[in-house]
Each structure stands twice: as structure tokens, then as C-alpha cells.
Design a protein around this ligand. Structure first.
Ligand code: TMP
Ligand code: ASP
Length: 242
């Protein structure tokens, strides 16, 4: 980054800098990891690079399948150039298998394969602890109109089909994932943020029995160890396949 690139925003896992072109930004992936709204924090050397590489490959795959995303190009190992977007403050979670908060908040048994994908929408607000919200509350808060919310939900379902199929080919089960969307300068809805083991649950399908082996941020959330090894394995499988 040079002096001209001003820090616009710093999140838990990424920094966003201005770009010489007004309609672009530079996104730097950090080595920091947080869980449970920052109650738990750590640094993993190399995580930023791995998530940047993995996200790049996934965005490239989605773009090929006509999903509108903010991704433009990889700049270097841990930075990418993306279109500038106004982030919609919603976290769109899609679940194929019941796990994590769904099982803590309901009586659904962990590991239950859901008959159809479940979409849970959370308000992106650290102070409120990212609460689960409803369509009606979204409308009341004037976050976006319901037509745009439907576009986002349909894109999420389409992304799920593409990713589920892709990860299956590299022997990974896509349990659930979180997406964020935004508006570009022309008001188009684009997929933003990142797609990496930080915001997807991925289970290894190379297991003899039904043992769950998480190759994602659950290694940190649940103190399993081996986070960098897991992310490296995902990166290796993706690069071997593509
Ligand atoms: P959950 O089971 O904790 O609700 O998580 C569902 C999915 O969303 C899982 O793949 C992890 C991801 N996620 C994020 O990316 N950011 C978050 O802040 C949370 C809570 C979950
Ligand atoms: N990203 C969230 C946090 O830092 C939580 C998570 O991914 O589990 O707090």
C-alpha cells in the first residue's frame, strides 16, 4: 500500500483502502481471527494470505457462473482489488446441515441434514451482537426494499448450488456459510466480503466413518487446533482442482 491509499474501514479480518480509481477499493486480508463477536481473539500467521487466495478462486468460479460479485483481481498474496460497494448491513447465512447457533437456539439435532436449505438473516451490528431478524423488521428499519431482499435470497440459493457442487468435487461438505451483499455506484446488487473457511463450515469427506473433521474456523471457535493446516489443505485441494 502506498501513502495515497487511505484506510477507509477496518473490520475484524480485513482492512479496506481507497484505490486511485474512485469506483474501486483495495482489500487486505488480516491474520486476525475472532469468534463469538470478538470474545475470542487470536492471530494465525498466514491466514490472511490463505483466505485471500481461497476467496479469489471462489469469486472467479462464481463470476464464471454469472453471479455478480465485487471481486476484480488479486493484487498480491493478501490483497485484492474489488469494486467499491455500499455494504448492506445484513449477514445472510445459508444452512444445508444443522450445526452451530441453529442447534444452540432450537431443538434441532446437530448434524441433521435439512430437507431444504435454510436461510437465516442477521443484522450486522456488533453492538447488538448481530441478532437474528425477520423480513418485517428489515422493512421497518428501511435497510432495503423487499424486492432487493428477494434478489439477495435468490442469489444466495444459487451460490449454494454452485459451491455445494464445487466443494463436493474436492471432497468437502458445505455445511453452512455467511454472505454479505452491497450496492455498487450504479445501484447494482453485488456479492461482497469474502468466501473462505472463516465464513463457511466445511467438513472433510475423506473420512472412513461419519467422523466430523472441520476444515474451517470451527478449529478456532471450538479449540480444535490446526487452523492453518486446515485452511492450507482447502487451498491445496482448490488449486489442484482448478
Ligand atoms: P452460526 O452457526 O454461528 O450461526 O454460523 C453459521 C455460519 O455463518 C458459519 O459458516 C459461520 C458463519 N458466520 C460468519 O461468517 N460470521 C459470523 O459472525 C457468524 C456468527 C457466523
Ligand atoms: N465473525 C464473528 C466474530 O468475530 C463470529 C464468528 O465467525 O463466529 O465475532
Amino acid at each position: 500500500m502506498n501513502n495515497k491509499n487511505e484506510l477507509i474501514y477496518e473490520g475484524k479480518a480485513k482492512k479496506v483502502f481507497s484505490h486511485d480509481d474512485e469506483d474501486k477499493v483495495i482489500i487486505e486480508f488480516k491474520d486476525d481471527a475472532t469468534a463469538f463477536n470478538s470474545l475470542k481473539k487470536a492471530k494465525f500467521e498466514g491466514k490472511g494470505k490463505l483466505n485471500c487466495q481461497i476467496s479469489t478462486r471462489i469469486f472467479e468460479l462464481l463470476i464464471k457462473k454469472n453471479i455478480p460479485t465485487h471481486f476484480i483481481e488479486l493484487k498480491n498474496e493478501n490483497t485484492m482489488i474489488a469494486k467499491k460497494i455500499k455494504v448492506i448491513p445484513l449477514e445472510i447465512v445459508l444452512r444445508n446441515i444443522a450445526y452451530g447457533s441453529l442447534c444452540k437456539q432450537t431443538t434441532i439435532k446437530s448434524g441433521t441434514v435439512l430437507a431444504k436449505p435454510l436461510i437465516d438473516i442477521y443484522l450486522k451490528n456488533d453492538e447488538l451482537n448481530d441478532p437474528l431478524i425477520t423480513k418485517e423488521r428489515i422493512e421497518l428499519m428501511d435497510i432495503l426494499n423487499i424486492e432487493d431482499l428477494d434478489i439477495i435470497i435468490n442469489l444466495t440459493l444459487k451460490i449454494n448450488l454452485i459451491l455445494k457442487n464445487f466443494f463436493k468435487k474436492i471432497k468437502l461438505k458445505l455445511v453452512d456459510f455467511k454472505l454479505e451483499f452491497g450496492y455498487d455506484l450504479k445501484n447494482n446488487i453485488l456479492l461482497g466480503d469474502e468466501i473462505s473457511p472463516d465464513n463457511c463450515r466445511l467438513w472433510d469427506l475423506n473420512q472412513q466413518n461419519d467422523t466430523i473433521v472441520s476444515l474451517d474456523k470451527d478449529r478456532f471457535r471450538n479449540d480444535l487446533g490446526g487452523l492453518i493446516e486446515a485452511y492450507s489443505e482447502i487451498n491445496r485441494r482448490i488449486n489442484e482442482f482448478i
